[in-house]
Structures are given as structure tokens and as C-alpha cells.
Design a protein around this ligand. Sequence first.
Ligand code: NAD
Length: 366
Amino acid sequence: MEIKELETTLLEGVFAKAAQFGHEQIVHCYDEATGLRALIAIHNTSLGPALGGTRMWNYSSEQEALTDVLRLSRGMTFKAAISGLNLGGGKAVLIGDAKTMKTEAYLRRFGKFIQSLGGKYWTAEDVNMKTADMEYIGMETKYVTGLPESMGGGGDPSPVTAYGTYLGIKATAKKVFGTDSLSGKTVGVQGVGQVGSYLVERLVKENAKVVITDLFEDKVKEVAKKYGVETVAQDKIYDMDMDIYAPCALGATLNDDTIPRLKCSIVAGGANNQLKDEIKHGYMLVDRSITYAPDFLINAGGLINVYNEYLGGYNRERTYQQAEKIYDTCLNILNLAEREKITSQEAAIQLAEKRMTEVGRVRIPR
Ligand code: NAD
């Protein structure tokens, strides 16, 4: 590619998108020896350093990686703000095949890039990254969370994420059904990975009627057998009669195709970025009288877990206590949305931005 052409493509891509999403800084990291190609997106640091996981994915293009990191890091800003944490929003993506490229040198080189940002960005696990990878990254930077419990970290955040999601489902049930008991309610859980399977465990304990699906048949069978729940074919989950649809797989499952098919009163699950288009699909749910629990609020348990690690002296009890606040916050947001005649997603962003403005002005940087 000609230099002129390359320059134009890069500038248009990065700055136009930064303006669209409101980012502070986007860092490109490259290392020829290890093949490292990473993007670190710092969305907003008005409440504290940008903390968000690193995702490794074989993106089909740099544009796709850029869009992903920008969307995810913006979500982290709102997630931290609405959860009352003193953190900003950030995220990193590593472009490449996690199975073949993730060597010690590769991870440590990435750690060095994080260190060079001087604490403005803190990392943790995300898709295709494990606590063992955080250990290597942590050899080159102190700005890392998600370390194993044996190293003083908070370990796997998924049980806390599932707990917060469960409380969000209960709060939404309270708003819609007048009771937060899930006994006898049919809940369709899409994706029974880390978060989904812990959520199923809690729902079953409360005598909900759980129906699960996953891309992988063996996973479905394993979870169905363990908890004695029913299963549904992958694409049929949108068409089944249920009280609550709980997306716990990938993002954008609330879209033009799926929303008209949904036969439920509530959508509340652990997946990130569930609404393909925040505004359009938020209002499509309202029009169908389906109450939506904002994803970045009810799946904040994982962030609360790493936040407690970041504060130092990780304490599981304190972490779960903080996650319990999700119930009240969720109810407040649903009430605000009703009063203001806006979507719950808009109400959640409104509250998050209010805290960022008010607290961001008075807080003493740590
Ligand atoms: P995971 O990879 O362990 O589980 C995801 C599961 O979804 C997998 O079993 C996968 O096969 C399944 N899946 C993917 N596409 C599907 C489809 N179309 N239909 C049915 N099943 C499908 O991931 P996880 O850690 O459980 O995370 C799940 C979601 O929750 C993700 O969106 C993630 O970003 C979000 N999240 C996770 C945490 C956490 O603590 N792990 C925290 C916040 C948000």
C-alpha cells in the first residue's frame, strides 16, 4: 500500500471512530519478533484508571479489532461508573490465533507495553486469556489483575458475574411480576460456559424452570445432566415460550431478526453488548413490552471482583457484598426508565454519566 493511502486509511479509521465513541486514547502496540499486534483503548479516566480485560481473537481485519476494542472499552466506563467503582473504562485486544501465538515472550512483551502506560490502563482476562497468561503479563507490569488466588488475586471472576446477573434477574422480576421469586418461572439460558453454568446453578436452586442451549452439544449435555434442566436447539431459543431470556453467550443477540420472535417478559443475562443497536433495539423491546436489564450493570460482578484485587488485599466477602448492590441499582434504573419514558439502557447510561461528572470533578486521584 502506498504511504499516502495507508496514512489516509489509518487516520480516518482511528480518529473518526474515537470521535464516534468518545475515547481519550488509542494505543497501537507492535513487536516484530513475537508477532504481537495489540490495540489498547482508553475510553475515559474521569473516575480512575481504565481497567478492562484483554481479549485475544483472530480478527478478520484491523477495522474489526478496532471496532471491538472501542465498543468494549466504552462499555467498561459505564460498567464501572454505574457500579460505584473508582475506575475508568478500557480494554485491549490482541490480534491473532490464541492457540499458536500466545508464548511467554509474546505475553511478556504485551506486559511491557501496558507498563509503559504508567498505570493509566490496567488489564485482566477476557476471551481466550486465562489467569496463567496474567501471570506472564504480570512479570513485566504491575498494572495487572485477574491473578490466581495463590498469588493474592481474585481468581476466576465468573461466579461473581453470575451472582450479579442472578440478582439483576431477580430485581427485574420484582419490577415486572411484583415478586422477585423465580420459582416456577421459565428461564431460557443461551450459552452455558463459565457465566451461564454458574447462573443455571443459582436458578435451579430457586426452583426456576431452566431451559439451556449452547453451540457445543457436549456442553449442553454436561450441564443438562448436572442440573437436571431441559435443552433447546440453538436457534430455537428465540421462539420458545419463556418468562425470562438470559443471554450468556456473545453480544448483539437482540437485533432485527430476534426481537420480533421473542415471547418473554424479561431479557436479563450476563453477555456483553446484547443490543446490536443500543437505541433502535432498546426501543424495539419497549414496544414489545419486554423489560430489559442493562447488561453492563447486571454483569458487573466480574469487574467488581478484579476491582477488589486492584484495591489490594482481595476479600471475597467484601466482593460479594459489593455485587449485591446490583439488585437495588437495577430497580432504580428500571423505575427511572419508566418515569422518563426512555429505555433502561439510556437510563443506566444517564446515571453512569451523572456520577462521572459529579464524582470525577471532586475525587482525589489515587
Ligand atoms: P464462555 O466462553 O465460557 O461461555 C460462552 C458460551 O456461549 C460458550 O459455551 C459458547 O459455546 C456459547 N455460545 C457462543 N455463541 C453461542 C450461540 N450463538 N448460541 C448458544 N451458545 C453460544 O464465556 P463466559 O466467560 O461465560 O462469558 C459469557 C458472556 O458473558 C460473554 O459475552 C462475556 O463477555 C460476558 N461476561 C463474562 C464475564 C466473566 O466473568 N466471565 C464478565 C462480564 C461479562
